[in-house]
Design a protein around this ligand. Sequence first.
Ligand SMILES: Cc1cc2nc3c(=O)[nH]c(=O)nc-3n(C[C@H](O)[C@H](O)[C@H](O)COP(=O)(O)OP(=O)(O)OC[C@H]3O[C@@H](n4cnc5c(N)ncnc54)[C@H](O)[C@@H]3O)c2cc1C
Length: 394
Amino acid sequence: MSAERTQVGIVGAGPAGLVLSHLLALEGIESVVLEARSREYVEHRVRAGVLEHGTVELLREAGVGERLQREGLVHHGLELRFGGAGHRIVLSDLTDGRTITVYGQQEVVKDLIAARLDAGGDLRFEASAVSVHGLDSERPAIRFTHDGAERDLRCDVIAGCDGFHGICRDAIPAGVLAAYEREYPFAWLGILAEVAPSAEELIYCHHDRGFALHSMRSPKLTRLYLQCEPDEDLDAWPDERIWEELQTRLATDDGFRLGSGPIVEKGITPMRSFVVEPLQHARLYLAGDAAHIVPPTGAKGLNLAVADVRVLGEALAAWYRSGATELLQAYSDTCLRRVWRVQHFSWWMTQMLHRFAGDDPFEARLQRSQLAYVTSSRAAATTLAENYVGLARV
Ligand SMILES: Cc1cc2nc3c(=O)[nH]c(=O)nc-3n(C[C@H](O)[C@H](O)[C@H](O)COP(=O)(O)OP(=O)(O)OC[C@H]3O[C@@H](n4cnc5c(N)ncnc54)[C@H](O)[C@@H]3O)c2cc1C
């Protein structure tokens, strides 16, 4: 087994791992990023696409926002649609001018990979049999196989940025982490279609047949979602059925028409809320989906991953600069404040907009009342808006 050495070993080249590696490099801190999948795969994995104001600022200030600023679609508002009518929430008016930017997660990932490779960063794609060792020691290690050879990477600290199904969280000894979880009795069937968006902003739609979301990735690509069963069979959803169902749910009394086009991506996104506490054990720090999952209704997963590694990057920079450990010790508590705020917001949006099993008429009336309140009270709309664009400090 060949031995190697770096300062920060990062498992996972999703948004969390890549942003962390980039922020560390700006501070002169070396890292190696190990990714199970190929570069091609991670650069084309269609997932999130709504960037909070603070995420955009961070990427811009870190020098990886050039294409994002050129191609990203800045949105000042969103629509809540229910009872056959749309109601606009003017995000920027309610939040001192803050906005969201629509820019695909895979584009963020492409920009970060290009920036790391241009700067001579060490990214290893298709690393297999990745495992972490010696977490309690001063030289924890990541063992993995790359290019047919087994390797032992000694680090000062390890960042577990390997998503919900990664290996880092499970490497923490039993009894250290407490897990908090909620499963939802539905999922999202999502499509990406080659057609111009049918509205300029996102539409979150409450409907008796279930939730629907109209979103977009570019002026030529529309992203649409339908609430479906958690075990939904994609084969039962030929393209025509998807378009019909979307049109039915998104219909308005004034004749909204949804444009359709070739579907280039189709998938089921499960809905889950999940948090482990703390986000750290000895020299292993968890960040992003490795530590927490939110249902996508609040558009927060990617933003939360970036918020974690911003905190971790600053803490590691302070430690390497002066040996100060305060920020590292506070890492978990600092992140968890935002994590729980975002958990609540994502749960609240999910609760307000989805059809729940059993069709409880009491529940449905509460949802309608909540929607009417959010769209008629400036105070209630502000609560939605400031969480949606992202709270600056939590
Ligand atoms: C299917 C799906 C659809 C989603 N859709 C939306 C959406 O529509 N809207 C929204 O707001 N959010 C969505 N999200 C959430 C959002 O994409 C995530 O919150 C975000 O990707 C988190 O970034 P991350 O870097 O923490 O984790 P990830 O992006 O999951 O990155 C983790 C990386 O680690 C790698 N990895 C895993 N195991 C190992 C291992 N053993 N060794 C090495 N590497 C490993 C993975 O291949 C991956 O590249 C979706 C998530 C999923 C899973």
